[in-house]
Design a protein around this ligand. Structure first.
Ligand code: SF4
Ligand code: ZN
Ligand code: ZN
Length: 329
């Protein structure tokens, strides 16, 4: 069967949500064009922006790296990874592969270790929390320091945006979770034109937010990408709510292809209507009294410092000095 788009090459990929059968090249083009449209629609990239791509060894990061390097100047892009310090997971060869993918596209590569930021690796935080019987999931420690690490690299090297590789499935899951929890603040954060809570947070963009996870998988497969094989040993501790929603949405999408895309479009048009009356204004969150990073409106210390204090780590000396130097305090 010939490709529904070019009518010349052999069709290989069935795009369920459009009922088209595409050849490899037209499938690649379709993804690039959709990402480009989404970037333009929300003005995600301004002329002169320096974009830091937050990458891991997974397929979504690869697609983001590959697609963005085709539509934006690679000399104005860098990519970065945060090394969590998880035994068996942060392998040197995976890091090397990421570095190579970046170098092949003319993109700078940075990495930062959580141990250098916090004084402890994620494994060490988890061990300590088990010994102290603190019921905090490994992903909580990891997530907070991964976000902080990325933000620090962006500030240190003068990047003006951070691009993350969240796909349509991730975004739809987060939307449903926040609706079920009634968490309006987090729900609004899914909209690309959200408010910026602090000047110290480099603005984030999500160029793949309308690309299905299966599309990223096919794109990377046909481009010959080798994904990181090892799974994080702390994966068992991932929140079960997300796993359940993920499973349910997957089945609904199977019954009615395109429904997740419709959900995101519905959300975007709803937000456009809300914001057409009153544009959101940026705010400036207070700073943590220990490290100086932004913290929530009603807190005097940030979550990262709170986690370390909870583990009995003396925050305020070495860790804070490093932090203070980074933010130019
Ligand atoms: Fe970090 Fe959790 Fe992901 Fe492991 S599964 S890398 S601990 S966020
Ligand atoms: Zn084609
Ligand atoms: Zn702090």
């Amino acid at each position: 069967m010939l490709c529904s788009a070019c009518g010349v090459r052999r069709a290989k990929i069935l795009q369920n949500h459009t009922s088209r059968k595409l050849c490899e090249q037209c499938f690649f083009n379709d993804i690039v064009e959709r990402v480009q449209r989404e970037i333009k629609r929300y003005g995600m990239i301004d002329q002169g922006d320096r974009i830091l791509l937050a990458v891991s060894g997974g397929k979504d990061s690869f697609v983001m790296l590959d697609v963005l390097s085709q539509i934006y100047d690679p000399s104005k892009m860098g990519c970065a990874t945060v090394v969590e310090g998880i035994e068996g997971y942060n392998r040197a060869e995976d890091l090397d592969r990421l570095r190579r993918y970046a170098r092949d596209r003319g993109i700078d590569f940075h990495s930062i270790e959580i141990k250098d930021m916090a004084g402890l690796s994620v494994d060490e935080m988890v061990d300590l929390s088990i010994r102290k019987n603190i019921k905090i999931a490994p992903c909580t420690y990891c997530g907070i320091y991964r976000r902080r690490g990325m933000n620090e690299i962006a500030r240190e090297y003068g990047y003006t945006k951070i691009a993350t590789a969240h796909n349509l499935d991730d975004e739809a899951q987060t939307m449903i979770i926040n609706i079920l929890r009634g968490d309006i603040t987090r729900l609004l954060q899914l909209y690309p034109l959200r408010i910026r809570p602090s000047k110290l947070f480099v603005p984030k963009i999500k160029p793949l937010r309308k690309i299905y996870e299966w599309e990223n998988a096919k794109y990377s497969y046909y481009k010959g990408f080798i994904p990181q094989e090892t799974e994080c040993p702390h994966l068992w501790a991932m929140p079960t709510m997300r796993a359940r929603i993920r499973f349910t949405l997957y089945n609904i999408e199977k019954l009615k292809p395109g429904i997740l895309l419709e959900l995101m479009e519905w959300f975007d048009s709803l937000m456009e209507k809300i914001y057409s009356e009153e544009k959101p204004k940026d705010i400036e969150l207070p700073r943590c009294s220990i490290c100086g990073e932004p913290t929530s409106a009603n807190r005097s210390i940030c979550k990262a410092c709170e986690l370390l204090l909870g583990l009995g780590i003396k925050v305020g000396a070495e860790v804070n000095q490093r932090q203070a130097i980074r933010i130019g305090k």
